[in-house]
Design a protein around this ligand. Structure first.
Ligand code: FES
Length: 137
């Protein structure tokens, strides 16, 4: 597992499956193909996307809540984008907004593990997609 690149240390919380149970990294990786995105219950119980790599997960997760008016944004694999069904906003594969009306990119969290289970921790440093301070802090 690749730990968070920088900062973001404290405050890790276990992610939960649909029933709120812990999710083992190993089983999650086994049950997902490369570049899959699937929701877990993340920080504050909010729905976050985890992103799979060939044999791991990415070191960031994305809050699935559209920054326009808060719809949950589905992943569109064919388009390689998140496409909001409510008013048409689009986000790229890393959650960076590429089409409005959404004003901002999807919020980030760090991914990590606690005793082999997936966990998220707050992302408080610069947004690597925009080079700006996180708007969700
Ligand atoms: Fe997503 Fe309006 S809530 S585009």
């Amino acid at each position: 597992f690749v730990p968070p690149v920088s900062g973001g240390g404290g405050g890790a919380q276990l992610a939960g499956d649909v029933d709120g149970n812990p999710v083992a990294l190993e089983s999650w990786v086994k049950s997902h193909k490369d570049n899959d995105r699937e929701l877990v219950q993340g920080l504050k119980g909010e729905p976050y996307y985890l992103i799979s790599t060939p044999d791991n997960i990415k070191d960031f997760a994305l809050l699935s809540v559209c920054t326009h008016l808060g719809c949950v944004v589905p992943w569109n694999k064919a388009a390689n984008k998140f496409c909001c069904p409510c008013h048409g906003s689009q986000y790229d594969e890393n959650g960076k907004v590429v089409r409005g009306p959404a004003p901002l990119s999807l919020a980030l969290a760090h991914t990590t593990t606690l005793n082999g289970n997936l966990a998220l921790s707050p992302w408080t440093e610069q947004d690597f997609r925009t080079g700006e301070d996180p708007w969700w802090k």
